[in-house]
Design a protein around this ligand. Structure first.
Ligand SMILES: [Mg+2]
Ligand SMILES: [Zn+2]
Length: 192
């Protein structure tokens, strides 16, 4: 007998990834060109490992350099394509990429720590946020995950080693803190 799937059976779990400081290096003056993209060691391998799992992989990135007029949306797209090509060449598959282009003064709903990008992705890609994770290098990533009811992990790459000192002050001492995306992926895959 064939069982018809319930609507819930279609819902996927996801791993959300911040981009700068998690996949590629964070720069003080923003990543503004392809020349600014420096892939963090082991991050592509981590994405390949996650790709083999049941998780969808979704990038959620604040790119206020667009709103600050330091970079055009077209350049931002080129940078994303450059990173996606690298991911693909190492057998990684990204299911979606969401960009907040806004200046912080716009007070939009998508700029992390707001959960807008995660919520939009959950609707468009049919994701179960409560069973999903977000890997980021900033307290604002962690706050976006919590606001979306997803599970956060802080990595020490990018701004993470500094930001970890503020976990306690933000009542986030319980948040897992690991070395890098590779260890974060292993943490998630060990918990499923
Ligand atoms: Mg970051
Ligand atoms: Zn925004």
């Amino acid at each position: 007998m064939v069982k018809l799937p319930t609507p819930y059976s279609k819902t996927r779990k996801a791993v959300f990834l911040d981009r700068d400081g998690v996949i590629n290096r964070n720069l003080n003056n923003y990543v503004q060109s392809i020349d600014d993209v420096h892939i963090i060691p082991r991050s592509l391998q981590a994405i390949a490992n996650l790709t083999k799992s049941e998780y969808a992989i979704v990038i959620v990135t604040n790119q206020s350099a667009i709103g600050r007029r330091l970079m055009t949306p077209e350049i931002a797209q080129q940078i994303n394509k450059f990173i996606l090509d690298k991911i693909q060449s190492t057998k990684g598959v990204i299911d979606g990429i969401y960009v907040c282009p806004h200046h912080p003064k716009k007070h939009c709903n998508c700029r992390k720590p707001k959960p807008g990008m995660l919520i939009q992705a959950s609707i468009e890609l049919n994701l179960d946020l409560e069973k999903s994770w977000l890997i980021g290098d900033a307290i604002t990533d962690i706050q976006a995950a919590i606001a979306a009811k997803a599970n956060p992990i802080l990595v020490a790459t990018g701004r993470g080693a500094d930001q970890a000192n503020d976990l306690d002050n933000n009542k986030l001492a319980h948040v897992p803190f690991v070395k890098d995306l590779y260890d974060a992926a292993n943490y998630i895959l060990g918990h499923t």
